[in-house]
Each structure stands twice: as C-alpha cells, then as structure tokens.
Ligand binder design. Structure first.
Ligand SMILES: [Fe+2]
Ligand SMILES: [Fe+2]
Length: 165
C-alpha cells in the first residue's frame, strides 16, 4: 500500500508537467497555413490575433465539419475557424472599473467578472469583430449564432461540431 503510494507520487511531477504543457499556448500547434487559405485577408488577420489554443481548437472543429460535410459553404468554413474569436477580447467594463476602485487590489484581481462576461458574450463580440474588420456578413452571422443556432441550419452544424470537440 505504502509502496503503491510512493510509486504514484514518483509519477506526479510528469503528470503535472503534462498538464501545464497542455495549458500553455506555446504548445498549441494550429494548422495556420491551411486555415489561412479559407479566409479573406481581413478575416485572416483576425484569425491570427486569436490565442494559439483557440486556433488549434478552431482547426479541429473545421476539419471535423469538413470531413462529414465536404460541401460546406465558404462562409461556414470561415465561421468555423473564427467562431471563438470573441474570446480574444478582454474589455475593461464599467462595473469592473468601479469595482477596482472599491475593492482591495488583491481581492479585485481574483474576481472573475471580466472573464465571465467574455465567456458569455463571445459569440456577439466575435460577430462584431468580424463586421468591424470587414469580414463577410454571413460569416459574422454564423459566429453570432454558434451557441444559439435557432433555425439556422449552417449555424446548427457549426454548433454540433463545436460541441463534439
Ligand atoms: Fe464558442
Ligand atoms: Fe468553440
């Protein structure tokens, strides 16, 4: 029993190492050259501004979708690559500004309001980004609907393959 425990402990540093590597952006290997071929120049700049882990996830979603639906429209392919681009934003909200003034520094850094806000609003924020940089209107629409497709068949497809990830 004690021997077993010691053996398990011996493997702990390797386990922790693997976990921290999986969390670090530098370890992500997105297939950017392939992805850029599916985007307009403006959309490509937005894609490259995404975190490497989000780009890797986006490539996997797009490849999965294309494997099952090789006839997917160009807008759907681009939307699959950009669907989480809203996560690149970390806006400083008014309530955060107020909180930072009221709450002691150490406590305010631990409050997750900004991160929570971005997580919930990233489809709308992403769609706004696509529109602002001059991306295709249909791409923006699909990004906006990727968690709530409603009756949009293409958005529903994107939602399904995003969920499989
Ligand atoms: Fe998302
Ligand atoms: Fe996603």
């Amino acid at each position: 029993m004690a021997f077993r425990l010691l053996q398990n402990l011996r493997h702990l540093p390797a386990k922790v190492g693997r976990l921290s590597r999986s969390l670090r952006a530098s370890q992500a290997r997105p297939d950017d050259a392939w992805a850029l071929g599916l985007l307009t120049p403006a959309e490509a700049r937005l894609y490259l501004g995404m975190d490497a882990r989000d780009r890797e996830h986006a490539c996997r979603v797009t490849r999965g979708l294309l494997a099952a639906h090789p006839q997917a429209s160009p807008a759907l392919r681009a939307a699959a690559l950009l669907h989480d681009c809203g996560k690149s934003l970390r806006p400083y909200r008014v309530h955060e500004r107020v909180l930072v003034g009221l709450v002691p520094g150490r406590l305010s850094r631990a409050l997750p309001f900004g991160a929570l806000y971005v997580r919930g609003a990233h489809p709308a924020l992403g769609a706004e980004l696509v529109r602002r940089i001059g991306g295709r209107a249909r791409v923006a629409e699909l990004v906006e609907r990727h968690h709530t497709p409603g009756g949009d068949a293409e958005a529903a497809l994107l939602h399904r393959f995003d969920d499989l990830e």
